[in-house]
Design a protein around this ligand. Structure first.
Ligand SMILES: Cc1cc2nc3c(=O)[nH]c(=O)nc-3n(C[C@H](O)[C@H](O)[C@H](O)COP(=O)(O)OP(=O)(O)OC[C@H]3O[C@@H](n4cnc5c(N)ncnc54)[C@H](O)[C@@H]3O)c2cc1C
Ligand SMILES: *[C@@H]1O[C@H](CO)[C@@H](O)[C@H](O)[C@H]1NC(C)=O
Ligand SMILES: *[C@@H]1O[C@H](CO)[C@@H](O)[C@H](O)[C@H]1NC(C)=O
Ligand SMILES: *[C@@H]1O[C@H](CO)[C@@H](O)[C@H](O)[C@H]1NC(C)=O
Length: 582
């Protein structure tokens, strides 16, 4: 059985990683004599259309960046920035749809300056500097960056642009942009000013709240200044509970533990509470967080996991997915999801370590030219996993109602959620209220989950009706706001009404970028959240909500039907009877 084989392989890698090194991701920009194609780290945007651009520029200094923006504005070109990593799912970084004159500016080589100001407790970095690099330098200087996403393979400019976050309702909160104290931006300027200029924005300036979380639509971020705190350690314990009450407990958890989060495994009826607190620097322990999902995966395993998923999909074998879900959860518990008390292994809770080693991880990124056998699991160069990622951000009260709805849906057939649990379940995190216009307007709860994406756009997936219903419950029934860096297109429908400071953002954009150089049809599509023309099969990849069977896949037996719990939902559901009748 393919599934048993995969389970074995998976267990082997979980318990004895084959390798400790990996091939680094490929550059997201590939050029030849005729032009360039921009991709993301997954090799898959939220749409299948490739992003083609005539050329890409690689500034190494602020002066270069200024010149690049000036040239683009002078020639009336569309322009966007992209980092060396391009880890964002919506193709916000694509400057054109191939027809318009456009230029792409990469910050891959604008990554040298990391200036620490000990007296002020700040660090100022070039926008292309990678998160790991900043953290290591800051820690070496005796300080810590308090908030960061859990994944270290990102640039500071990219993180601040998309509102990326870790988890905390304490202090300034879990989102990185709320730790920004100043930025230097390159903005369009008049001809007499040379078409572009550098401006510094500080808290209190109107542009400050627009430019943090500006999804690449306002200006080029040149430098970011982040506030720091004296270096500290953290103590982490994962506590496993049944899932009967986490929707009532989460506020207490977030209030009692500075860096709390919850991972919910709906098919397994389990919730994992992360009890995660700051401890004094002299607490013993030098552990680290090497999150299992971000460890390097042997190509053999990635390919086998993908192949067995495809076998289960083709055979419509939910049970196959479920046996993997329960075995994998058991194996991950044994290794504490990658927490290690020392350099090598997990020996017991709590795991205590420096902030710089506990907040964020990504060992699959680190390269060795000697080992070509492993990579990040989603690396498009291997035939590994392909998935969607839905990230919905709720007000706490609505979050509770949402979870109760999802539980009703789960209770109809828990096995329908095995496919989500295979991708690490549903992660629940906390983000504090922000004054950034496209940030969170209230203390919020973020839920994040991944699920199978087929190799081609027209192939439906097992349990797709259930996950579409969860997606529509989140964004339409309970009014969740979409994370700008994640999600399928449907999640953005109506987004303009969900961010109360949207009009201020638009006003700031008009003022700073009157020519609309930093806008493209791709970013507008996400940002405006308008419903597009519905094509055959559009609901399969989350390009639309189905209203006719043709938006699903009648030839494969998937028809447009109402939700099971949220009746107003319209989802693509498999019906063997209906195919047989045809
Ligand atoms: C494995 C994985 C785990 C993740 N975990 C988390 C998590 O825990 N929490 C979370 O919130 N997010 C998470 N993310 C999402 C990630 O944080 C965002 O996608 C982030 O924006 C990626 O940064 P990047 O440097 O790759 O940006 P890119 O994808 O290169 O760019 C993102 C956006 O910012 C713009 N941009 C980039 N640089 C500049 C600049 N200098 N000036 C102006 N605009 C710019 C781009 O045009 C684009 O619109 C994760 C992603 C992955 C792949
Ligand atoms: C060059 O890239 C373009 C896309 O920009 C592609 O259509 C073309 O086939 C490529 N040519 C070669 C020789 O690889
Ligand atoms: C879940 O755990 C709680 C104690 O933490 C217990 O009171 C409750 O009965 C359990 N529920 C189920 C369904 O096992
Ligand atoms: C840590 O330092 C504090 C004083 O700064 C002291 O009171 C405490 O006993 C120390 N703890 C350990 C474990 O050394």
């Amino acid at each position: 059985m393919a599934t048993t084989f995969t389970t074995l392989l998976l267990l082997l890698t979980l318990l004895h990683p084959f390798t400790t090194t990996a091939i680094p991701p490929a550059s997201p920009v590939q050029c030849n004599g005729t032009g360039c194609v921009l991709s993301n780290a997954y090799g898959l945007w939220n749409v299948r259309t490739p992003c083609t651009v005539p050329s890409v520029l690689y500034p190494t200094t602020e002066a270069d960046l200024l010149a690049a923006v000036a040239t683009a504005i002078k020639s009336n070109l569309k322009l966007k920035l992209v980092s060396a990593f391009s880890h964002t799912i919506p193709n916000l970084a694509c400057p054109s749809t191939g027809d318009a004159a456009a230029v792409l500016i990469s910050t891959a080589k604008y990554n040298t300056n990391v200036d620490i100001n000990v007296a002020e407790r700040t660090v100022t970095v070039d926008a292309g500097v990678g998160l790991r690099d900043v953290i290591d330098k800051v820690e070496a200087a005796g300080m810590s960056l308090v908030a960061a996403p859990y994944w270290e393979g990102v640039s500071v400019g990219g993180v601040v642009s998309t509102g990326s976050h870790g988890s905390s309702w304490w202090g300034k909160g879990g989102a990185v942009h709320d730790h920004v104290v100043a930025m230097r931006l390159v903005v369009p300027a008049t001809r007499s000013e040379g078409y572009a200029k550098v401006v510094t924005v500080l808290a209190g300036d109107p542009l400050f709240d627009a430019a943090r979380v500006s999804i690449g639509m306002i200006a080029a971020i040149s430098k970011v200044t982040l506030s720091l705190e004296p270096r500290f350690k953290r103590s982490i314990t994962f506590s496993f509970q049944n899932d009967s009450s986490f929707e009532n407990d989460f506020m207490d958890l977030a209030k009692t533990h500075e860096f709390a989060d919850i991972t919910w495994f709906p098919s397994q009826h389990q919730a994992m509470y992360r009890l995660d607190d700051r401890v004094p620097l002299n607490t013993s322990g030098d552990g680290f967080n090497d999150f299992i999902g971000f460890q390097s995966t042997s190509m053999i395993v990635s390919t086998a996991v993908r192949a067995s998923e495809q076998v289960a999909e083709k055979a419509k074998s939910i049970k196959g997915k479920c046996s993997l879900a329960s075995t994998a959860l058991g194996a991950k518990k044994l290794v504490a999801f990658g927490l290690k008390n020392n350099k090598i292994m997990f020996t017991g809770y709590p795991v205590v370590g420096y902030q710089g080693k506990m907040q964020t991880s990504g060992s699959c990124l680190h390269s060795s030219s000697l080992d070509l056998l492993s990579s990040c699991a989603w690396d498009p160069r291997i035939k590994g996993v392909k998935f969607y990622e839905t990230t919905a951000i709720f007000s706490p009260q609505k979050f509770r109602d949402f979870i109760q709805d999802v539980k009703k849906l789960r209770d109809l057939n828990p096995d329908n959620f095995c496919g989500i649990d295979n991708y690490n379940g549903m992660m629940i995190r906390f983000v504090k209220r922000s004054t950034a216009y496209l940030g969170q307007p209230e203390d919020s709860v973020v839920i994040d989950f991944n699920y199978f994406r087929a190799n081609d756009a027209m192939t439906p997936r097992l349990s797709e009706d259930v996950w579409e219903e969860v997606e529509q419950m989140a964004f339409f029934k309970h009014g969740a706001r979409p994370h700008w860096a994640k999600n399928r297109k449907v999640a953005f429908l109506g987004v303009q009404e969900k961010y109360p400071h949207m009009s201020q953002f638009i006003a700031a954009k008009k003022k700073v970028d009157p020519q609309g150089g930093f806008s493209s049809p791709w970013s507008e599509e996400i940002f405006l959240g308008k419903e597009a023309h519905k094509e055959d099969g559009c609901a399969l990849e989350g390009q639309c909500v189905c209203s006719e069977d043709s938006h699903c896949s009648p030839s494969n037996g998937y028809f447009c039907k109402p939700g099971l719990v949220y009746q107003e939902a319209r989802v693509c559901r498999y019906s063997s009877a209906a195919t047989a009748m045809e």
